[in-house]
Ligand binder design. Structure first.
Ligand code: DCP
Length: 140
């Protein structure tokens, strides 16, 4: 892809349960560089799709949950010259997260997230969001 080529957006869900002050993480199966690491679940935005709609579609497909999408959180991350990653907050409206493409899911609180980041258990791109996520989990 040339530098002038189209940029695709990848949207990740910062799925937060404010009642339990916890965030949903999903464990990647592939590719090898990130297999076994945890991410905010999501996927690529299709042509003609809004990021919000793409996130709802991906989370329904990957985890069987219906979410309400909120606003942007954290900075955008350049994954490659032609791929940019953003995070949107979301909350589960219905369903229980059950992975179809990931190897596992887990809910973590701020301390748990911080510990996982320190241990290098998050995919590198998502690690830049940790402070923003911890702040959001502490929001009143
Ligand atoms: N990504 C990331 N952090 C996230 C979500 C995604 O770093 N929270 C990265 C991993 C991939 C790219 O974004 O490089 C696209 O994510 P997908 O989960 O859509 O990756 P796939 O490999 O499943 O893409 P495809 O749908 O093309 O198979």
């Amino acid at each position: 892809m040339s530098a002038a080529g189209p940029v695709r957006l990848v949207v990740a869900g910062a799925i937060i349960d404010l009642e339990n002050r916890s965030l949903l993480l999903a464990r990647r199966r592939y590719p090898a560089e990130v297999a076994g690491l945890w991410e905010l679940p999501g996927g690529k935005v299709e042509v003609g799709e809004t990021p919000e709609r793409a996130l709802r579609r991906e989370l329904a497909e990957e985890l069987g949950i219906d979410v309400e999408v909120g606003g942007r959180i954290g900075p955008e991350v350049a994954l490659r010259a032609d791929l940019v990653l953003i995070a949107l907050t979301a909350r589960v409206v219905s369903g229980t997260a059950t992975p179809t493409e990931h190897s596992a899911v887990r809910w973590v609180d701020g301390a748990g997230l911080s510990a996982m980041a320190s241990e290098g258990e998050l995919v590198p791109a998502d690690a830049v969001w940790v402070s923003d996520l911890i702040e959001e989990l502490a929001r009143r």
